[in-house]
Design a protein around this ligand. Structure first.
Ligand SMILES: Nc1ccn([C@@H]2O[C@H](COP(=O)(O)OP(=O)(O)OP(=O)(O)O)[C@@H](O)[C@H]2O)c(=O)n1
Length: 495
């Protein structure tokens, strides 16, 4: 006790300073920890929304997208919240009663009102993009086409959303925005790493799009699209083949097998035992089949299945014309195509068909074999094996599988080696592969041309580092303070 008293007398501030430093230190640590915890606690996230209607040739789908309000430029942030499939056919099928085209959208638009919070309705952009069905209708009858667009516009304007327009998008846009969608969802754009090509098969058109090096792209300006995204330049090859979607390709194949006047058509692309009465006018009812269209198409015929995959592919090959290639290389119909550069994502009907036929992970040879087997299976057996599948789809799968084989190999020149670079996909990270997301990202400027500046550390890392460094400084400080009074401890220990 005497020594302690002696020490206090020697260092009158000792106890007070040590207590003060300890209190300040503890207070600082508590403050730092509290700040770190508060900064990192999950915030109540606010979301924004965008709606895109894909008015395709076979049907219309309404896509609702959602993204965190504060982080619009972060790759992969926008995701599909909901999809509503409009009942009935695509809007181009309402040419006889255009006003019903708009009416057909009402149910899905009501659904959209429920999926987007009311307070966001007014600011939610709403777009409609029509694809190949409307491209064909505009070729057939521009006036009716305008009436159909007017009818959908009227209904979309009556919704509480921010209507931004209904238009027919070009085949080039359809291809390029499909490419943006899959690469955005795969998080490849911000990384600036290699990209994935896009293969899209619809009912009335099909698109092929892939990034390629500059060499050779000067050959065909109409097949070139350039983008600068997140500070990276992309030169894309893209082509849309109108009339080569799978429904129009089926009509083309049937038309070139049918001879008007014949009462039956024996079709290798349909299963044996399949037999349906059709009218020739249904085959020729498209601007895609103008060539060879007879003046009188009022006859009917019986469409009979023969079930032969090899013969079917021969028939399909004849719809790809070969008028000569004016470029260094072509795909088909004299269209320029540089050497394919994979990997590729194949979506829409590419996926529906190959998924149904269980062909999403087979080699090219395996695919050919399975197609032979599928097509030679009698129709009654196919129906028995797939009782839940819509009969129209079921009947067409032999044709559709062979068409995909032929389009990819005879058309786009995929080989046994490059076949494995194709992945058949429906969704990526919960969002459908297709042009709609890319279209919205582009129109809302959500993908910047330059990479946004980002701090060197993420927020959580920054707070943790700050806390750690502060603790180290505090500990060093304590040790230094302790060493300022060596005699206190030494003297106490000696006694
Ligand atoms: N389960 C399904 C769903 C659709 N389909 C077929 O897939 C094609 C439709 O693909 P989609 O991408 O929806 O085409 P659309 O947008 O309607 O056509 P386009 O882009 O050419 O306008 C149609 O032939 C349809 O019969 C199919 O075979 N199986």
């Amino acid at each position: 006790m005497a020594e302690q008293r002696e020490m206090k007398e020697k260092n009158p501030w000792h106890s007070a300073v040590v207590i003060l430093i300890t209190v300040l230190g503890i207070t600082a640590i508590v403050a730092l920890v509290t700040t770190a915890v508060l900064q990192n606690k999950p915030l109540l996230q606010k979301y924004k929304y965008g709606i895109v209607l894909d008015a395709g040739s076979s049907h219309t789908a309404v896509y609702i997208y959602e993204w965190p309000a504060e982080k619009e430029n972060d790759t992969g942030r926008v995701h599909q919240k909901h999809i509503c499939k409009v009942l009935g056919p695509g809007i181009s099928s309402y040419s006889h009663s255009p006003e019903l085209a708009g009416e057909s959208l009402r149910t899905c638009m009501k659904q959209a009102e429920r999926f987007v919070p009311i307070r966001r309705h007014r600011e939610t952009p709403l777009y409609l993009g029509a694809t190949a069905g409307m491209r064909l209708l505009s070729m057939e009858n521009q006036n009716v086409c305008d009436q159909v667009l007017g009818s959908v516009e009227k209904v979309l304007r009556s919704t509480p959303f921010s209507y931004q327009g209904a238009r027919i998008i070009s085949g080039q846009e359809e291809g390029a925005f499909g490419w943006i969608t899959i690469n955005y969802l795969d998080d490849r754009l911000k990384q600036g790493s290699g990209t994935t090509g896009a293969l899209d098969l619809g009912g009335a058109s099909t698109q092929i799009t892939f990034a390629t090096n500059q060499e050779g792209m000067g050959e065909s300006a109409e097949n070139t699209v350039t983008f600068r995204l997140y500070g990276n330049d992309y030169i894309l090859y893209t082509h849309s083949f109108l009339c080569y979607g799978k429904d129009q390709a089926l009509k083309k194949t049937l038309a070139q097998q049918a001879q008007v006047g014949n009462s039956s058509v024996l079709d290798p692309c349909f299963n044996e035992g399949y037999s349906v009465d059709r009218n020739y006018s249904s085959v020729y009812s498209s601007p895609c089949i103008m060539a060879g269209k007879p003046l009188e198409t009022g006859y009917s015929f019986t469409h009979i299945g023969k079930g032969d995959a090899s013969q079917c592919q021969q028939a399909i090959r004849r719809i790809f014309t070969n008028p000569g290639c004016n470029f260094s290389r072509c795909s088909f119909n004299g269209v320029y195509q540089p050497p394919i550069q994979g990997p590729f994502g194949a979506f829409s009907a590419f996926y529906f068909v190959m998924n149904f036929l269980n062909l999403t992970s087979d080699s090219l040879e395996g695919t050919r074999e399975k197609m032979e087997r599928y097509c030679s299976t009698p129709w009654h057996q196919i129906k028995q094996q797939h009782p839940g599948v819509k009969e129209k789809y079921l009947a067409e799968y032999c044709f559709s599988g062979n068409y995909i084989l032929s389009l990819l190999t005879d058309g786009y020149k995929f080989t046994s080696e490059t076949w494995s670079t194709i992945t058949f996909i429906k969704k990526i990270s919960g969002s459908d592969a297709g042009w709609t997301l890319g279209y919205m990202l582009n129109l809302t400027n959500m993908i910047p041309a330059e990479a946004p500046d980002s701090p060197p550390l993420p927020h959580a890392g920054y707070v943790t580092l700050l806390l750690f460094i502060s603790l180290v400084i505090f500990v060093i400080f304590l040790f230094s303070v302790k060493s300022l009074w060596p005699r206190c401890t030494t003297q106490t220990q000696i006694i």
